[in-house]
Design a protein around this ligand. Sequence first.
Ligand SMILES: [Zn+2]
Length: 140
Amino acid sequence: MTDVFTKEKRKWIMSRVGGVNTKPEKIVRSFLHAMGHRFRLHRADLPGKPDIILPKHRKIIFVHGCFWHGHAKCHRSKRPSTNEIFWNSKIDRTIRRDKRVLSDLKKIGWKVLIIWECETKKTELMVRKLENFIDEKKVR
Ligand SMILES: [Zn+2]
């Protein structure tokens, strides 16, 4: 996969993104913005009230917290050892809901990308993931 940005442009994009304490969703939003994409937020008329909607591409991005959404094999999603039953049922419920939302969105023709909280700390990888997702040709 070739880089769609020049070195200068990429540098500029990186410089526009806030510090390490910025909320994951905000990080993704500022990258998309810097990449020149138009998007909408939290459209309540869509299943799961998606975080970021790219109407032109008919694509959706969810930014998931690793803990709450149970990111598999991620150290951030380690479940607490106290109140185990409570946490397990809560997180398992969220995972099930996420799966349902994903399939509902696909059924009505949306493409969906999940960006995990831990991925927003690895900017190069995340930008690549976003680029690949958005540039991907519409398959129908
Ligand atoms: Zn994670």
